[in-house]
Design a protein around this ligand. Sequence first.
Ligand SMILES: [Zn+2]
Length: 210
Amino acid sequence: MAGSGKTGTRTGATGQGQGRKSRIAKRTVYWGENAIVYEFERKAVKNMNLRIRPDGSIHVSVGRGVPASAADAFVRDNGERILAVLERFARTASTRVEPPRFTDAQCRGLFEEILEEVYPPFGERGIPKPQLRIRHMKSRWGSCIPGKGVITMNSRLLGAPRSCVEYVMAHELCHFIHPNHSSAFYGELSKCMPDWRERKALLQKCSDRL
Ligand SMILES: [Zn+2]
């Protein structure tokens, strides 16, 4: 059964009973020490059908008159193959490339260096140099608390092009002048980083691998 998540035979019973509401129950059988949990469904089919979905869920449909114990036996008989398929699915899922997770210490050098580069015009405006915090964040690249003089940078940015990190830093620093996203804020940002839109677009483009 190479390459397929199915065992058993699918029948030609098409459409019959589809309008009828079917009930799905969860059942558990044991194959060796492994518990196999599957969804049991009775519907208008001639044979027993077993399907293993890529998410690892197992579905068995049987004809109306077939007892659940027959489905249990069917799953148990196919236990070895089911577990092999589940293992293969798990392997495929875990070979998906997860982006690296960076520590604060790994990020600090670069982020401090970029702050040094982007900060001077803000210093000239009388803004004290902010303190950098680093966090792993899901939905924001950076944030700031101007009143406390703090900028928080997302550690995921360490995997981004440098120009994008510079953009996030400049964006947060501009909030120390305008704590909002007004047109004055964007005017300020354009003054200190005329190409911020391209940098932002680049960051958006590579965000799902960060
Ligand atoms: Zn902002």
